[in-house]
Design a binder for this molecule. Sequence first.
Ligand SMILES: [Ca+2]
Length: 342
Amino acid sequence: MKKILVSLGALVLLASTVSFATVPNWDIKGGTWALDFLCVENCGGHYYHTMAITAFDRDTGVFSGSGTWNNDASYTWVVTGTVSGNAINFKIVYTGSNPGYYSEVQGEIITATSMSGTWVSSAVQSGTWTASGLAVEIPYKCVKLKEGVLKYSAGHYLAGKPLVLGYDPFGYNYQAHLFDGSYANAYLGGDGLPPYQGDDVAYLAVNPSAASKWYWPYRSTRVLMKWNDAWLSNLDCNGDSLLDRHYGYASYIDSGAWETNHMWDSYLDAGTMCTWNWFTKIVAVPADATLVGGKWYNSDGTEIGPSLWGDFATIMSVYNDLCAGYSGVEYLSPAGPGFGKY
Ligand SMILES: [Ca+2]
């Protein structure tokens, strides 16, 4: 049975995605902004204004403030707007001279000291603008799974629904870094199919395509997977709406990622009920490891273990199936079976 099964670590390389509201990258409150409106339609030349932002919400990017036309301080105005990512839009409404005149402005924050874009006024004037001042870059805020904004990817059976705290119907617990369930359930969701719950006839009646999946024969096999933060985090800290993998590293190499798989099942062999169980530990290899003949070696030449999925090595494999004559450790890395060494 085991000889057919592939190791399951790749399962958690599948996962979750989706978008959420864009948070502001910049806080533009602080100091004043020198605005230069260049008019190209129904007026001409430069109109220089000074803007002071007095309120800015770092969660929503909503801001407000006031300003004046530099040439004539009787032209006072109020401003309200939003920063979303690097984009900015705001509306200026005159409150002193020419009251009620307004200008709708949009553009982009280019650097901490400059913005630019286009504008249209209530008097059907329009043009471009630039601004100089000082914005403060807002550090990217990690999105936690528990906030309910990270969702299952397109194509998943639960596509569009938020990832949950605790176990999902398939057996994944992304928050706790665990999977506990049927081997088939590790894959069915990603293939757009519902969780298998043990009744073959009922399941295939509704989901006949499952019968042709390569993992369907192993639906009775129970799997317990555990992984660490570097393998698959329960946060999105890099803004791609996916739970982070090997965060802070370009690939899994040197990331310290590890994972364990524990599987067990039973089968009938000439009237005898046989049970088997298989436990493996998998680690991401260090940057100075070398791959020779399908095995990874560390910098002093010590064998780490057989290569798996490119960037990984199996460092421990324990297999028990007394009917088939397997018992105990079948591979133990000469570099040691612990995590943390890599
Ligand atoms: Ca991410």
